[in-house]
Design a protein around this ligand. Sequence first.
Ligand SMILES: Nc1ncnc2c1ncn2[C@@H]1O[C@H](COP(=O)(O)OP(=O)(O)OP(=O)(O)O)[C@@H](O)[C@H]1O
Ligand SMILES: [Mg+2]
Length: 268
Amino acid sequence: MSKVQSQKSDDGIPSSSIDDRREHNSDQGQPHLPPADIGHWTLDFGLTVTDLRKSFLSPSGERIEVLRGISFSARPGETIAIVGASGAGKSTLLHLVGGIEAPDHGTIRLGEFAVHSASRAELARYRNTRVGVVFQFHHLLPDLTAAENVCFPLVLGRDDRRQAMRSAHEALNRLGLTSRASHRITDLSGGEQQRIAVCRALITAPLLVLADEPTGNLDSISGGLLETELMSYAASRPAIVIIATHNQDLAQRCDRVLTLEAGRIAEN
Ligand SMILES: Nc1ncnc2c1ncn2[C@@H]1O[C@H](COP(=O)(O)OP(=O)(O)OP(=O)(O)O)[C@@H](O)[C@H]1O
Ligand SMILES: [Mg+2]
């Protein structure tokens, strides 16, 4: 049975059911790497997701099967749109792939790293060094400025603070936010916060970017800047960029479109 827990993981990102992954995946027999080592990374580090399932319990005790066997793979440089009705499970899928929530069943591998069976310490490192997540509701730190939020993952990774701040300013410039760098998050609009969240997700040069509805609050000019940033990042890193979206134009600009329906995936 899946328990939903709310807890903070080692990198400060809210996480649920992390400890449950042992319970659900112990039969999948993945060897655990030591905490400081999350696998070897080669140019061909593709993502493979196999038979992923996730359900939640409703307050009345009814089981809601959100993902009923999701399989797909992706390679470096690819952009993939995940589309589907509200409640179809797009955010849930991104949270599983990002190691933020644990699947009930199935495997997720980025390169040699088995996300589905990793320990909390390994997942914290995976999220801080390999994955960039743009959350649907941003999750920026309200007491910090825009630039401080963007460079936060670098500072967390003990990078040089001055260089980290320079990189943050460059990223903000690219998304038209030069004049907002010193503003506190609470003084910024929803669309500005969304662009800051994208800057923060890309700042560590992750191999995998998971962007949840990144253009939801944006006008066409800001949305266009953000699309270009994500697409060119995928091509230049090269990285796998997965975008959950209701924006059909954005979905069509991606290399592939996966549709989530009734807990399963269909490729358009
Ligand atoms: N922690 C949870 N506990 C119970 N149910 C949950 C939980 N998280 C998600 N759900 C349910 O799972 C389903 C899928 O949610 P999810 O957020 O993944 O949908 P989505 O496709 O991202 O929707 P949207 O387009 O509105 O963002 C929804 O019915 C939601 O209510
Ligand atoms: Mg969502």
